[in-house]
Structure formats: C-alpha cells, structure tokens
Ligand binder design. Sequence first.
Ligand SMILES: [Zn+2]
Length: 345
Amino acid sequence: MLLILPVPRTPKGSLDEKNLVKSRTIHHIQHVEFVRASEMTLTRRNFLKTTSGAALAGCALWAPQVAHSQISLGDMTLDVVSDGSLNIPGSFTFGSMPRDELASILQAYDQSLDVLTPPCNVTLLRQGDRNILFDVGSGPDFQPTAGLLVESLDALGLAPEDITDVVFTHGHPDHLWGLLDDFDDPLFTEASYMIGKAEWDYWLDPNTVDAISSDRTAFAVGAKRRLETIEDNISFFKDGEEIFPGVAARASFGHTPGHMSFEIRSSSNAAMVVGDSIGNHHIALARPEWVSGSDQDGDLAATTRVNLLDQLASEQMPLIGFHINKGGMGHVEKIDDGYRFIAET
Ligand SMILES: [Zn+2]
C-alpha cells in the first residue's frame, strides 16, 4: 500500500498562489497514486473519505491533533473541532515587539521566537437540528499540517453534509479556505453561510488585492475567489445582531477590518467565540496592548483585545480561541501586567 505523506515545506514569510497551486498538485498526485494502488472504483465523495481514512491508518503524521473540548449552554453544545495546526515564522507575529521583554515572556511559555505552531480550533455549535460551524479551517491548499477538519468532524459522527450553517469570524486562509474541497467544489453542500457585512465588503472589494500588504496578496486573491463561490448562499450581519437564538455577533475589528466574535448565551451562562481577536495563549494575553504583526490594523486590534479580555475576565466568561492552546476553550484571569489563559480540561 502506498502511504500518503505530508508535502515537505520550508517556512516562508508569505505564500503565493503559485506555490499553493504547486503544493495542491502534489497532494492530488498522491491521492491519485493511492487509488491506483488500491485498484478501487470510488465516487468523488467516497474517494475523499477513503483516502483520508486510509492516510490516517497508514501514516500517523496525518492524524488530526484532536484536542477535544466541549461545554454545554442550556440546550446548546459547543465543541472545539481541530483543523490541525499552522507553521508561522515568529517575525510575522513578533516583528515590532520590544525584543528583551518579549524574549523573557516567551521563555516563560516555552515559546520559540523563531516559529509558531498554533493549533486551529474550529467551533461547532449544536442547537436542535442545527450543526453550526464557526469558520471552516484551511482546506487542502494552505499548509500541510492543517485542513484536517473533515477527519475531526468524522470523529464526532458528522459528515460535511450534516453542517447546516457556517458563520465566518473573518476571511483569512486558515478560517475560510476550507470552504472548498480538493476539487474546488463546495465541501459543505447543505450549508447556508453568514459573514459580517464589513468583512465581506473588504474581501470582495477589487482594490483590496492592491491595498493589502504585499505579504498578504495571496490572502486577498484566495478570499475573493472562494467567497464568490457562495455569493448566492450567504447572508450578512452587523455588530449586536442575534444571528441564531442566543448567538449575538460582536464587532472585534482590527485583526481584519470586519472581524467578528460571537457571544453565545443561555440565561446567565455564556461563552465567547473570539476567533483571532485574541490570537494566542502567550503574548496576546501577557501583553494585550502590544501591537502584533499578525493583525492587519495593529492599533485597533490591540484596543479590541484589551476590551475583550477585560470583559472576559471580569465576567468570568469562557472563551474559545481559534489559535489558543490546550483545546482553545477556557477562562482568562487577570495577573500583574496582563492576563493568563486557564484551559477548560
Ligand atoms: Zn487564524
């Protein structure tokens, strides 16, 4: 049996569409070779499922990093579903931060200055007969360590067609590109989509590709192309709107121009899906006021982060962070100069 191995990748400051297409082609070839070796006739959908399952059985490197967390709020259940992890140069996030103080904080968290390997925690909200995803992960085209959402959903007994609704926090690749499968077809065939109006307007604006920083050009091209595939099946919301019973949108601009968080509430119990407005468990909490290179508007994102953390700590409200460690679900606690994350385990 032919094993499907991850495509080796050297870390890059940015990814362009050409590199992404190249890596996807390699991915395709591996799938095709696998099917040839197994001499099976498969439908397209079974093909994807079978290759994923076989890859899991044959190659531990592809196993999803299942750090599964769950909380219940009234008749709602919130699960963290792993899409894998990313590999990001430290300079992308830490670039402008004061080096000496940064180094001592990162040391306390056993976090390297040179590279980050953040988890990708997609949130699944189950409410009655609705299965709602907050973001859809990276899909096959971004990084070889991510794009594992389908396997993680499968572990919960859910297939892509069981997803009834998809809500986006923002349009970055690790949150949006999982919209399409290996064949560039929509993966969640039964889902309706929602996104903040400001975020939609930003990525659909033809000027964004030129206005965005050069290391994010592929983000703009990739977001527009993917969002256009669902433009007949997407609705928009604004700050404060209740998008489902008990689920309110919360503007948390800065990481992207229209980034949204979501407060999910059942009477006095609530949790906040914060997306990337609190982007990691170390420096974003230890020094929330520091400008991070991973945010498109660093000053606005820092103000947003400070306000959110203040609320989460004072109300003792659980949060779910897309790139926060140990499953991404937990509380924040005020400490001397900032906050710390306490995982819900
Ligand atoms: Zn992200």
